[in-house]
Design a protein around this ligand. Structure first.
Ligand SMILES: NC(=O)c1ccc[n+]([C@@H]2O[C@H](COP(=O)([O-])OP(=O)(O)OC[C@H]3O[C@@H](n4cnc5c(N)ncnc54)[C@H](OP(=O)(O)O)[C@@H]3O)[C@@H](O)[C@H]2O)c1
Length: 230
């Protein structure tokens, strides 16, 4: 069975993807900092009859990242690494003029440094499988929205890291996937007090990503809207 690591697989888009992969027979390793959410996600996947490892921890912690990679090693391969866990940073979203710099450092640590560090730890295993590396991008990586400077610049950096990886690792598929707006906790935090019930649920976006994964498309940046489910 193919094996995937999905960071932030305990809720939101990461969980929807983890469930979908499990439904397709994948073994899944997922994480999150909040123990009950990780346990819930594990139970949901186990009910599908697949092998699942839920590891509680913070992606900025090197020991935690090593545990994720060790779990994959133990399962025998790593076919898909999904850098999904992410932080929006302070909310309401501050303008750059007053952006707290310690919070900006944390945004970069979670959204840029930790995904690269996980990638470094996982690369030997991914290479062995000629696998796929996927990072979650955002339109804020390419569009300049007021207040989105911290998160948006971190996502732009994450995109570029993965684009350089694609140049350095031609035997791997390296995708940046922009899912568009989704009805999740992160999106609600970006729009405090707003009714976001018109945004699509993550489960409706996952099939577009699965289409990309199944397509064998060249490495690159893809938007959900370009990838309608078959
Ligand atoms: N929602 C949108 O509209 C939207 C739009 C464009 C792009 N995206 C991107 O899509 C991805 C998923 O977003 P989402 O909306 O599903 O987010 P979400 O609802 O906030 O879920 C984030 C997941 O990541 C985990 N997580 C957060 N920080 C972590 C850390 N430091 N270490 C380990 N796990 C951590 C969370 O669990 P814990 O909090 O318990 O750790 C949770 O499982 C993100 O990369 C986001 O930037 C989202």
């Amino acid at each position: 069975m193919p094996v995937a690591i999905v960071t932030g697989g305990s809720r939101g888009f990461g969980r929807a993807l983890a469930v979908d992969l499990a439904g397709g027979g994948w073994s899944v390793i997922l994480d999150g900092r909040t123990a009950p959410s990780v346990r819930e996600a594990v139970a949901e996947l186990e009910a599908l009859g697949v092998t699942v490892r839920g590891i509680i921890g913070d992606i900025t912690d090197a020991h935690h990242r090593d545990s994720l990679v060790d779990a994959a090693e133990h399962l025998g391969s790593l076919d898909l690494l999904v850098n999904n866990a992410s932080t929006l940073g302070p909310t309401p979203l501050p303008k750059l003029e007053g952006y707290p710099l310690d919070e900006l450092r944390r945004v970069y640590e979670v959204n840029v440094v930790a995904p690269l560090a996980l990638l470094q730890a996982a690369l030997p295993l991914v290479r062995r499988s000629h696998g796929v590396v996927l990072s979650l991008s955002s339109d804020a990586a390419v569009e300049a929205y007021e207040g989105w400077g911290g998160y948006g610049s971190s996502k732009a950096a994450l995109d570029r890291l993965h684009q350089v990886l694609a140049a350095e690792e031609p035997d791997l598929a390296v995708y940046q996937f922009d899912p568009g707006d989704m009805r999740t906790e992160m999106h609600q935090a970006a729009f405090p007090g707003e009714d976001i019930s018109d945004r699509p649920r993550p489960e409706t976006v996952v099939p577009m990503l699965r289409r990309l994964l199944d397509s064998g498309a060249p490495s690159g940046r893809y938007r959900a809207g370009q990838l309608e489910p078959a």
